[in-house]
Design a protein. Structure first.
Length: 255
């Protein structure tokens, strides 16, 4: 994916990884539109970073996705890149009642959200030279964290979805790039900002941008910190890696 001279929509960019990448893409001369549910955060971002545009979108709501897509395409008919960032991560205890509502909410946001976003933009992107869809999975797609079973499952699905739609979209001119984060110090889960096992957000975002710039044809963007998870099974250390992740991550003791 080219990282300059593009028009890029990043739903889920009001904080964390999404915002960090949006700011870096903007700094490289791209036209960047950030999306999110909270209008006060969108207004704050556009005020603090002149030149960035904003659109309200709730990626758990199909009607909101359709409305936001129509607005983005009307205002930015040169849109080249969709970065499907939005996602949630919540603990679940499947040994007690009450987990189903949480699980369904995670599936709606993390899996149906990207599917609906791609559906809303893919027809347009097929008309744009150098277009790209960027998905965001997780190292936990490959090595599970005990306390987040549905999150792990949705990210595994995003990984396989990315590999599958790439087979259809790249022959018609739309690149599919999957960013695979490890644990990063964000507010995705309570306390994760201080997770000693997590990468500092700025370090992660800088490494992602370097990889995007130096590997424009890459299918997966793999920072060094995620490779032990991504390749655990291939390297024959899956069981040991599962044990290590669940022993060392502070969220593993939540249940």
């Amino acid at each position: 994916m080219e990282t300059t001279g593009k028009t890029i929509f990043v739903p889920g960019a009001t904080s964390g990884i999404g915002l960090a990448l949006a700011l870096r893409l903007h700094a490289r001369g791209n036209t960047v539109i950030v999306g999110g549910r909270r209008t006060e955060l969108l207004e704050q971002i556009t005020a603090e970073h002149p030149g960035i545009h904003a659109v309200r979108i709730d990626t758990a709501d199909p009607a909101s996705i359709r409305t936001a897509a129509a607005q983005v395409l009307a205002d930015h008919p040169d849109l080249d890149v969709l970065v499907a960032m939005a996602g949630i991560m919540e603990p679940e205890d499947w040994t007690s009642s009450g987990f189903l509502e949480t699980a369904e909410r995670i599936v709606t946001t993390n899996l149906l959200g990207p599917i609906r976003l791609v559906a809303a933009f893919v027809e347009h992107l097929r008309t744009r030279p150098g277009a790209a869809v960027v998905t965001v999975s997780s190292g936990l797609a490959h090595v599970p964290l005990r306390v987040t079973p549905t999150y792990n499952a949705t990210k595994a699905a995003v990984h396989r979805l990315s590999e599958s739609i790439r087979l259809q979209l790249e022959p018609v001119g739309v690149q599919v790039v999957e960013i695979v984060p490890p644990a990063v110090r964000t507010s995705l889960m309570p306390g994760q900002e201080h997770n000693p096992m997590g990468l500092p957000l700025d370090d992660f975002a800088d490494e992602v941008m370097t990889l995007l710039e130096t590997q424009p044809d890459a299918h997966e963007i793999l920072v060094e910190g995620v490779k032990p998870l991504r390749f655990a099974e291939v390297r024959g250390v899956y069981d040991a890696t599962v044990e290590r992740v669940n022993a060392s991550d502070p969220h593993a003791a939540a249940l």
